[in-house]
Design a protein around this ligand. Structure first.
Ligand SMILES: C[S@@+](CC[C@H](N)C(=O)[O-])C[C@H]1O[C@@H](n2cnc3c(N)ncnc32)[C@H](O)[C@@H]1O
Length: 284
């Protein structure tokens, strides 16, 4: 049940998409001098060493994701400026060895002169403990070792009513697909101002299109939907061929940034037979 370790997947194409979108969304919130809070319901270990073995295995998936991005970053459109600056701050000697996960990205984008806050939830004892140690001396970050579906809503509404709820489960079994909608509805009830970002894998599972359709109907007039496939959908089997995000109440300007960068990212990561990337938004 707790077999999933994000370290093996850190920096893969799915991570690249979600972390680019998260970075841009927070950077847009930073344009106003008002504090924000970020909830990371499935936070992982925080940072990942890409060149160290875990249980005898080296992580490899990053080579087709952030490895390509790192090599081509000088050509990246301006829409990647924030994400690039974060990657470079974590790898100051010019070699990509450390990949910042979502909590590290949110922490990086907090402003010193405003009371921005980060609430992290992680259920895996090893990754949760690593995350707790990472932020042990940081009063602006709280790390709760618990089920994020249950524990995150208990902290809502937060004192700062402006922010992002980042929902990034591992979708190991069917359970996570079923947990997303009740969770999102509860977030909408308790913290209606929140930008809610839900990442999902592109897999040949019937639950995926159902989830996307339901999410897009929570706030049908105000959401953004982005999908990046990196290979053709497999003719058989369950392999992941890309990923997507639904963003409810996206910050103003996010759609344009994603439009500006998505085609370039697709050209960088996708095989020639992969479907075209998509980004759509509906606004009030
Ligand atoms: C896709 S990874 C998260 C990666 C992280 N959000 C990032 O972007 O760097 C999913 C994480 O959720 C954790 N997890 C699985 N079920 C959980 C639950 N019910 N509550 C909290 N964390 C959970 C897993 O241990 C794993 O670390």
């Amino acid at each position: 049940m707790l077999a999933y370790r994000h370290a093996f997947h850190a920096g893969n194409p799915g991570d690249l998409l979600k972390h680019w979108v998260l970075s841009e969304a927070l950077a847009l919130l930073n344009q106003k001098k008002k504090p924000w809070c970020a909830f990371d319901t499935h936070a992982g270990a925080g940072v990942y060493a890409l060149t160290q073995r875990i249980g005898g295995r080296l992580p490899e998936e990053w080579r087709d994701g952030v490895g390509r991005f790192w090599a081509a970053q000088a050509e990246a459109p301006a829409a990647f400026a924030t994400f690039r600056s974060i990657l470079n701050a974590f790898n100051p000697d010019g070699t990509m060895t450390v990949y910042p996960g979502s909590p590290a990205i949110a922490r990086f984008l907090m402003r010193a002169d405003l009371p921005d806050r980060l609430y992290c939830f992680e259920r895996h004892p090893t990754d949760g403990e690593a995350l707790r140690q990472l932020f042990a001396r940081d009063p602006r970050v709280s790390v709760t070792l618990a089920d994020g579906w249950q524990a995150a809503v208990k902290r809502m509404p937060p004192p700062v009513r402006r922010g992002i709820v980042f929902v990034d489960p591992s979708y190991e079994g069917a359970k996570d697909y079923g947990a997303v909608m009740p969770f999102v509805r509860e977030v909408r009830r308790r913290f209606p101002q929140a930008v809610v970002m839900v990442w999902y894998p592109l897999l040949k599972r019937y639950e995926v299109p159902i989830l996307v359709r339901r999410l897009r109907n929570v706030l049908p007039e105000d959401h953004l939907w982005v999908e990046l496939a990196v290979t053709a959908p497999p003719k058989s089997g369950w392999g992941m061929y890309g990923s997507g995000l639904v963003v409810l109440q996206p910050p103003y300007g996010l759609h344009e940034r994603l439009q500006e960068g998505l085609t370039w990212l697709h050209g960088l990561l996708a095989q020639p037979n992969a479907p075209e990337p998509r980004v759509e938004s509906r606004t009030r």
